[in-house]
Design a protein around this ligand. Structure first.
Ligand code: ATP
Ligand code: MG
Length: 320
């Protein structure tokens, strides 16, 4: 069975409990919640019962240990997490605006994650994993990007595969060198998982079908477009398949894309056909938004089966 590796930021998230634009006044917060897009992704893979590991760097502080404890509990190999004694774990402060969009304040670039470097433990993981998942955020800082691109070279050289979620927040789009690295990764992508307008990041075409054709022509085998509360679509040379979102009460949408991605990638690598994997991922994304905190809503396979049984009773259950 494949072991899935990801590289990148492990953060805590603190969420404002009132709506508004940013943090220029005192306000109540909840958290800290374990977070970081690659961490949420890998937690979801581990929770489903598949082999998964993360390469990252945290401070030797409560925020770092909160993450290590959660990932360990959920079955993730944490041997590649470097604990930096004199640095701090990165934070993401999130506040929802009245229109549902999110204002982020990140300390990622000034935290332990920004000085990620190639350790012997990280090198060992690159030799034992056959699939790499890259998030665009991990390409935004030179240290993380170097390690992610090294993992890509090593895993691809051994015949491994790559999934790529651009996960580009407007806050990081201007990071120096980011676009070149995004294109280097895109060129080697097997499964591309953009969200909304990220579909158009790498195409001159302004229409969805045109952008999909461009991406498939680059040699990408599968594209999964995440559409938030509008569901998701899967595209390959064999055609397209759309799925409506499942009806849930949205409490906190942050992390839905990562739970969706972890589920889709883990199940595809386990041999589950695209449409069934899409259905499971759609369920994981829906369950993720019902919980406050980005990693709080990751799902076990039993929870996904139970949720889908009510919606599609005719479908076979998936077992890990
Ligand atoms: P993030 O980067 O915040 O983790 P994202 O923007 O990458 O998220 P979304 O498109 O928001 O990803 O969500 C991923 C998937 O989760 C959607 O394609 C859908 O299947 C599911 N989902 C998201 N929001 C909802 C919702 N309100 N109701 C039901 N399902 C949802
Ligand atoms: Mg979203």
């Amino acid at each position: 069975m494949s072991k899935i590796l990801t590289v990148g930021e492990i953060l805590v998230e603190l969420v404002a409990t009132t709506r508004g634009d940013g943090f220029r006044e005192p306000q109540p917060l909840v958290g800290p919640f374990p977070s970081g897009a690659p961490a949420i992704f890998v937690d979801q893979v581990g929770k489903l019962g598949y082999e998964a590991a993360i390469i990252g760097r945290v401070g030797d502080d409560d925020f770092g240990h909160l993450n290590i404890a959660r990932l360990t509990r959920d079955g993730v190999d944490i041997s590649g997490i470097d604990v930096a004694p004199d640095e701090v774990t990165g934070c993401a402060f999130v506040r929802y605006r009245e229109d549902g969009s999110r204002a982020f304040l990140f300390t990622m670039a000034q935290s332990a994650t920004a000085t990620l470097n190639l350790t012997p433990a990280a090198t060992a993981l690159m030799a034992s994993c056959d699939h790499l998942h890259i998030m665009g955020t991990a390409l935004s800082a030179p240290g993380m990007a170097n390690v992610a691109l090294e993992a890509l070279r090593r895993i691809k050289a051994r015949g491994g595969t790559l999934s790529f979620d651009p996960n580009i927040r407007p806050e990081i789009l201007g990071a120096p060198g980011l676009r070149v690295r995004l294109l280097e990764v895109l060129d080697q992508t097997d499964i591309f998982m953009p969200s909304g307008d990220e579909l158009f990041l790498f195409s001159e075409r302004a229409d969805e079908a045109g952008a999909i054709d461009d991406l498939l022509a680059r040699g990408i085998r599968e594209i999964v477009l995440k559409r938030g509360a509008e569901g998701a679509s899967h595209f390959s040379v064999e055609g397209r398949h759309d799925i409506a979102a499942l009806s849930v009460r949205e409490v906190d949408p942050t992390g839905a894309g990562d739970s969706f991605g972890g589920t889709f990638v883990a199940l595809r690598l386990a041999g589950v056909p695209p449409v069934a994997a899409l259905r499971q991922a759609n369920a994981a994304g829906a369950l993720a938004v019902t919980r406050q905190g980005p990693m709080e809503g990751t799902s076990t396979q039993a929870a996904l089966n139970a949720f889908l049984k009510d919606t599609f009773p005719e479908d076979a259950e998936i077992s890990t």
